[in-house]
Design a protein around this ligand. Structure first.
Ligand SMILES: Nc1ncnc2c1ncn2[C@@H]1O[C@H](COP(=O)(O)OP(=O)(O)OP(=O)(O)O)[C@@H](O)[C@H]1O
Ligand SMILES: Cc1ncc(C[n+]2csc(CCO)c2C)c(N)n1
Length: 254
């Protein structure tokens, strides 16, 4: 079985990071995680989902209290603002369009979320050859309204062949497709030790792991029975093999 490797090097300063991965960042309409500037610096393309642009405008200057707010806003200019445009303020749209940000209004589509629209946009602008190296980081995807949170997780499934990582201040999550054996290289300076493997969508008949305090050994997981929460990573590497797609989650250190 083919191996898929994972590593949260995007939480490290950029000079510590030497992988061939290309990052894109989507900022949602939630309080900005404190490490958003780091994600921003890693990302080749920065997309704000509708009211996510208000968050960048309002909150990025607060992360740099000793800098001039206008300087910060010019430094952190989104490439694209996309969504159904019911939340982004006019002054924010005007400010960024004057700086050259592209605005895509998709208010006609009331069947997909703004995150879905942003991911589809990034997918379509990435040439096929580069898609396997693309990783989309989603800031502010967890916590807040539960319907939004569930919708954000559903985007992981709707784009299950792409690498997508949902992030909050507290943790990150991504999908581990059953088609691969997964090797997760833990960046222990910035993540862990708390972690979980969650069988969302359907039960997993058999999951086997290494590197966890409570390893699974051909274990069945389902809601209503075993779900691996409050597990702990033991070392630098975790492996996961499962008969169904699972969500991997790991805590982010303060
Ligand atoms: N409370 C929340 N919790 C989690 N994610 C959120 C929350 N609010 C917004 N988002 C995310 O940010 C994206 C953009 O949100 P938007 O600015 O449209 O906020 P909204 O107006 O509250 O959402 P909607 O118009 O979909 O009801 C959403 O698609 C969703 O992914
Ligand atoms: C079954 C079903 N439930 C809810 C919505 C509403 N909805 C889903 S995504 C979206 C856009 C949000 O920016 C809206 C309004 C729908 N269309 N279909």
């Amino acid at each position: 079985m083919e191996v898929m490797t994972h590593s949260s090097t995007f939480l490290l300063p950029r000079n510590h990071h030497s992988s061939s991965v290309t990052y894109a960042l989507v900022v949602l309409n939630r309080p900005l995680p404190r490490f958003t500037p780091l994600l921003w610096n890693h990302a080749k393309v920065k997309v704000c989902a509708d009211g996510g642009a208000n968050r960048v405008f309002d909150e990025m200057p607060l992360l740099f209290p000793s800098d001039d707010a206008l300087d910060v806003r010019q430094r952190y200019k989104p490439d694209i603002i996309k969504g159904d445009m019911d939340s982004v303020r006019t002054e924010v749209l005007d400010f960024y369009t004057n700086l050259g940000t592209k605005v895509v209004d998709e208010s006609h589509d009331q069947d997909t979320t703004d995150l879905h629209k942003c991911v589809a946009y990034i997918r379509d602008l990435t040439p096929n050859l580069d898609k396997s190296n693309l990783c989309i980081l989603v800031a502010g995807a967890l916590g807040g309204r539960f319907d939004h949170e569930a919708g954000n997780m559903n985007v992981l499934y709707r784009f299950s062949t792409m690498r997508l990582i949902l992030l909050s201040d507290d943790c990150l999550i991504y999908l581990l497709p059953s088609t691969h054996l997964h090797e997760i290289y833990i960046q222990s300076s910035v993540e862990g030790p708390h972690c979980g493997l969650i069988p969302i969508g359907m039960p997993s008949v058999s999951t086997t792991t290494t590197g966890l305090q409570w390893d699974l050994n051909n274990t069945e997981m389902r809601f209503g029975d075993v779900v691996s929460t409050s597990n702990l990573v033991r070392g630098e590497k975790v492996t996961v093999q499962s008969s169904s797609d699972l969500l991997w989650t790991i805590s982010i250190k303060v």
